[in-house]
Structures are given as C-alpha cells and as structure tokens.
Write a protein that binds this ligand. Structure first.
Ligand SMILES: O=C(O)CCC(=O)C(=O)O
Length: 326
C-alpha cells in the first residue's frame, strides 16, 4: 500500500510534466472542452484557451472605469467610505509591527459596492465570460489586489496555486477568472505568472508555504511545487485595461514587487449559475474551507449555523441570464 504522501507526490510528478512533454500534450488535443459556442471568441481564440488555459484581451476596460476603481479603493483604504461585508487584508510583514499602518494588499467581497462591482457587470468583460461559463452568469468572488512594494521579506509574492482550491462548487470548466491590470504590470512589479496547459491536470494539495518572511493570510500554494521545475512559465506583462481570462485549475501566482509603487489589479471569478455546491469535508479543500468559515463566523457571530457553501451563497450575485443552482 502506497502511503498518502507518496501518492500525492506521484500525482504532482505526473502533473508537473517536463516542458517537452507538456508541449506534446498541448498540441495533441482536438476536442473543445473548456470553451463554449457562446459569446465572442473566434475559433483561433478558443483553441488558444483550450490548449493553454488562459487568454489575454488587450485594452478591454477603459481608463475612466479604472480611475473610478482606483479612487474607490483609496477611499475604502482611508476609511472615507464603509462597504458592508468587505474584507480588507494587510501585508503580513508590516502587520506584525503595526497593524493599522500596514499597506492594504487586497480588498475582497465588494459585491455590495456599486462602484467596484460595476467591474463585474462591465459589458466588455461579460461578453467574453459567456464563452467560458455560458449565458447564465454568477459573480462568485471579487478582489482588488494591490501588491505593495516588498518590504524586504518577499512577502509580496503570491505562491503558485490553483483557484479551484478555494471553491466548493463544480464543474471547474464552467468557472473563469477575469483579472484586469489597473496599470502597467511587468516582471519588476510582480505580474502574473502562469503555467500554460496546467488546467488540464487535476486539483493539487495546497497549504501555506513555509516562507521565512511569512505569507499573507489565505495565500495558499501548491504543496511541494518547485519553482525551479523545468517547465514553461509565462510572465503576463500587461498594460492598464488588459484583461486575462483563466481557468480555475491553471497554476499561477505572482512575483515580488521590486518597485517603489504598488501594483494594482481588479478581478472577478464567474461561474455558470448551473454549477453545484459540493461538500469539501474530508477532501484536500477542507483546510481553506475551514478558514473561510472561521472568517465568516468572526463576522456574523459564532452561533450562526453555516456550512462550507453558506459564505458563497451569500456573496454570489447573478450578473446575466437566469439564476440556477448556485
Ligand atoms: O494579483 C496577483 O498577484 C495574484 C492574484 C491571485 O492569483 C489570487 O488572488 O488568486
């Protein structure tokens, strides 16, 4: 009998194929599984997403909207406005010394803020989203990520991970993330890094990486992921308004911010309203699911009855078509 850690290592090895094998794999598939005959993608664009698990559209979001999101973000950070149920996260390294002066690294769950949520209903975004999830679209998870200049602890990095780890709903192929650069993002300020084709693998075990300088709350990474692995990684350098759509099993992360300014991006995870919640108790996702529930209970009180799907049901918003099971 193979023990659990050996089994996990084998899954990981199969998943992390050397680059040459991965390329063979990428060019050999012919069926369309990850995109739909819906929305705006042409055949060539569909093929790219099918093979690689991501797709970048240049200048999709206008400057005026980005400026509006930026101003709202600053007002929330400076406590000029209160948004119900929003989560404000601060950098772990600085937070230890002085919680309140630490830079905000991320705001999450802005579904009740009309200004920020207008990103999730932006027609230019939704016409692409339909190509991945279909016409009945729920906005499930919202974030504005502000990667601050690294304080020397390397804590501004985001470990390589798969977003599906966070989601107690399926199927993964009907979920997509849109991530829009709010300014020029490049290697020096910590652009996204993706592993093309990795969306064809399975969900891998995640946990907090054991980084010396600490790791931000809920920044789980793939256990045993070797950054020096001999396989293709693509750095997505993008201009303001450029948007990448990616599959929730795509392995991705982002590097350190070595510049003096913050690197801002806004994102939303969408799912078909016909996806189903699944019970993640006893699975690899239980660790993050417990953290999400703990945070939820801290917000609403420990005595409120809730299961793994409750926080998601409460923040999910229909943005197009009809509501289904989510
Ligand atoms: O914006 C980034 O640096 C990475 C964001 C990300 O991958 C996430 O929050 O899941």
């Amino acid at each position: 009998m193979m023990d659990e850690s050996k089994k996990r290592l084998n899954v990981l090895k199969q998943h992390l194929m050397p680059n040459r094998l991965l390329q063979t794999h990428i060019t050999s598939s012919s069926t369309l599984q990850y995109t739909l005959n819906e929305g705006i993608l042409n055949d060539q664009q569909r093929r790219f997403y099918e093979d690689n698990g991501y797709f970048v559209v240049r200048r999709l979001v206008d400057r005026e909207s980005l400026d509006k999101f930026e101003r709202r973000f600053r007002d929330i950070c400076n406590r000029l406005v209160e948004v119900p149920y929003i989560t404000v996260m601060r950098d772990v390294a600085v937070a230890k010394d002085n919680r309140h002066s630490a830079p905000v690294t991320k705001i999450q769950n802005f579904q009740d803020d009309d200004i920020l949520f207008s990103y999730c209903t932006h027609p230019n975004i939704l016409k692409y989203v339909a190509s991945f999830v279909g016409p009945d679209i729920m906005a499930m998870h919202t974030m504005l990520i502000s990667k601050p200049p690294d304080p020397g602890t390397k804590s501004s990095r985001h470990p390589m991970h798969q977003d599906q780890h966070y989601f107690p709903f399926r199927p993964a192929d009907r979920i997509v993330c849109s991530w829009t650069a709010m300014e020029h993002v490049h290697r020096a300020n910590g652009c996204l890094v993706v592993v093309p084709g990795s969306h064809k693998g399975s969900l891998l075990p995640h946990d907090y990486p054991k980084w010396e300088g600490g790791v931000n709350k809920m920044y789980h990474g793939i256990q045993g992921f070797d950054p020096g692995e001999d396989r293709e990684r693509v750095h997505l350098e993008m201009e303001a308004g450029d948007t990448v759509f990616f599959h929730p099993l795509l392995i991705h992360g982002s590097g350190m911010n070595r510049t003096q300014g913050s690197r801002n991006a806004i994102s939303c995870h969408y799912a078909s309203s016909h996806c189903d919640y699944v019970d993640v108790k006893g699975t690899m996702q239980e660790n993050i699911s417990n953290e999400v529930l703990e945070l939820f209970h801290r917000r609403v009180g420990g005595d409120v009855e809730a299961d793994h799907s409750t926080p998601w049901r409460l923040k999910a918003r229909l943005v197009h078509g009809c509501r289904g099971t989510l």
